[in-house]
Design a protein around this ligand. Structure first.
Ligand code: XMP
Length: 522
């Protein structure tokens, strides 16, 4: 789809490769991540990158079949930046030397000092006035470079990495031992900014430009045919729907499956925003009786997820079948979902939870996919949503899982419990908003516990449900930390919930991080 200057990140399996892409996207540079074993001569020719970055990775260049880039990458005549394992690969390929760890492995914070020679990559670094002439970086390596390749010189050293920053300024090849993309290299973003500037990127990757291109691409793909879109009320499917509607108007019909497991007032909000405000044809499939009926008496978390996932597909298909001539299914797939990751373990990963999605649906229904967000990270989807005029309060909403309140109601699900949970969750979120904390928190919600406890209210005994409150900070939901509310906040919130929501007489706060916990309770 894109006509922009492109930067290629060759992935050697680092845990933080996606962070490199994010740093570049923040600089309005379009980049893609591709695993080293997919990048060959033909790929490079076709991709025509304006610059290349080699990511870090867990391998050793000494290992048999060690991951390597195609040699032709060095003949493209474009700047290359190698990071950590990427540095070792560059030296190994170009005639330098790499040595095994032997006491020089380095993990964690280190300080790099400048060797004195000027280098365009280092503009703004090593300012003696403001940084005492050295820079904090994050190291994470076993092997290390022991002799640099011909044409290279050393520009920065650390106590355990004599070749912390190396470069061949004539060919514009740069190689660093540390990770400039991580938070613990506080001024790493400056290195990326320097790198893309010297490579000639103009920062033309903006959401306004993306919107126009995406609209053109959707029109070209769909022509005069019909598209259906499953709307969940979440940010991704909403932004996809509004964008596609801008491109093809009434050729888009949205199907909103209401499984009866949504939050207070949520179904009405979605329907009124899309149908009334955006004028998008919308089918509100109220199937709560069906879902809650099938979930009756079920308490096993995986069984719940499977029931909801299966029913969702059946219901979606039933409504989609009623739309004449639908040939396309729109999905809010994001870039992190399409990046092929490099797996060195080779083994299958364990299923922690069966995530709810509509995968498999397009083949079953014979539909082609329209995925206009495939190139975007989550924060870019939010920027695009703002560009399309979606309200901030909607775009900034915390994530909400596909199976909805079912997984916030451990044990059996009843309408009574769901009702209590909805009210309590609304009070909790209201408290968070009132205290100005909503945007600091990645996700917050209440869960109703499968137990009743004894309490006393007025002069009477109560025997009501207990509630757990959860709030976490996170970047991508893969790891998370619990949010450190003040005791005052927690006390005030517990009091409000118990006073305002009948059926709750006790409130707990969940202080578990992920791992070992997960964000949702099931
Ligand atoms: P866990 O509980 O696995 O959740 O730590 C991580 C993030 O994923 C969300 N989540 C889901 N999202 N379908 C979704 O679309 C699902 O089945 C699902 N399960 C969990 C969860 O809310 C959190 O943001």
């Amino acid at each position: 789809m894109t006509q922009h200057d492109r930067l290629l990140i060759i992935d050697f399996g680092s845990q933080v490769t996606q962070l490199i892409a994010r740093r570049l996207r923040e600089l309005n540079v379009y980049c893609e991540i591709h695993p080293f074993n997919r990048v060959d001569d033909a790929f490079l020719k076709d991709f025509a990158p304006k610059a290349v970055i080699f990511s870090g990775g867990p391998a050793s260049v000494f290992a048999e079949g060690a991951p390597m880039p195609p040699e032709s990458v060095f003949d493209l005549g474009v700047p290359i930046l190698g990071i950590c394992y990427g540095q070792q690969v560059m030296m190994h390929c170009l005639g330098g030397k790499v040595e095994r760890g032997h006491g020089t492995a380095e993990f964690g914070r280190a300080f790099v000092t400048h060797t004195g020679a000027p280098l365009d990559l280092l503009d703004g670094w090593f300012d003696p006035e403001t940084h005492g002439g050295r820079e904090q970086v994050w190291m994470s390596h076993g092997d290390h470079v022991s002799a640099i390749a011909p044409g290279f010189a050393v520009y920065g050293t650390s106590p355990n990495a004599p070749f912390a920053i190396t470069a061949d300024p004539v060919r514009h090849f740069y190689a660093v031992q540390f990770h400039p993309e991580v938070h613990h290299t506080p001024r790493g973003a400056q290195l990326y900014a320097n790198f893309v500037r010297l490579a000639g990127f103009t920062g033309d990757w903006t959401m306004g430009a993306y919107r126009d291109e995406a609209v053109r691409a959707i029109r070209a793909q769909v022509g005069d045919r019909q598209v259906i879109c499953g709307l969940s009320g979440g940010v991704d499917s909403s932004v996809a729907a509004v964008l596609i509607h801008e491109a093809i108007g009434d050729q888009l019909t949205c199907v909103f499956v209401d499984h009866g497991l949504l939050r207070l007032g949520e179904a009405d909000q979605v329907v009124s925003m899309f149908r009334d405000h955006y004028n998008i044809p919308l089918i509100h499939a109220d199937e709560s009786d069906l879902f809650l009926g099938k979930l009756d008496g079920v308490s096993d978390p995986e069984t719940k997820r499977k029931i909801i996932g299966g029913l969702f597909i059946d219901v979606f298909q039933k409504y989609a079948d009623q739309i004449d001539g639908a040939e396309f299914l729109a999905q809010g797939t994001l870039y992190p979902d399409v990046i092929e990751s490099v797996s060195f373990s080779g083994g299958p990963s364990v299923t922690i939870k069966s995530h709810h999605n509509v995968g498999g649906l397009p083949e079953k229904m014979g539909l082609k996919l329209v995925e206009p967000l495939r190139e975007l990270f989550k924060d870019e989807v939010r920027a695009l949503g703002r560009e399309l005029g979606l309200p901030d309060s909607f775009i900034g909403r915390h994530p909400f899982p596909g199976p909805g309140l079912a997984i916030r109601c451990p044990g059996e699900i009843t309408r009574e419990k769901l009702d209590i949970l909805r009210k309590a969750d609304a009070v909790y979120i209201d408290q968070i908003r009132k205290h100005g904390l909503y945007d600091e928190i990645w996700q917050a919600f209440a869960a109703i516990l499968p137990m009743r406890t004894v309490g006393v209210m007025g002069d009477g005994r109560t025997y009501d449900f207990a509630l757990a409150l959860r709030a976490v900070t996170s970047v991508d939901g893969m790891t998370a930390d619990y949010y450190p509310f003040t005791h005052d906040f927690l006390g005030e919130t517990a009091t409000r919930i118990i006073n305002e929501v009948q059926g709750v007489n006790r409130v707990f706060y969940d202080c578990t991080s992920k791992p070992p916990g997960t964000i949702e309770l099931e």
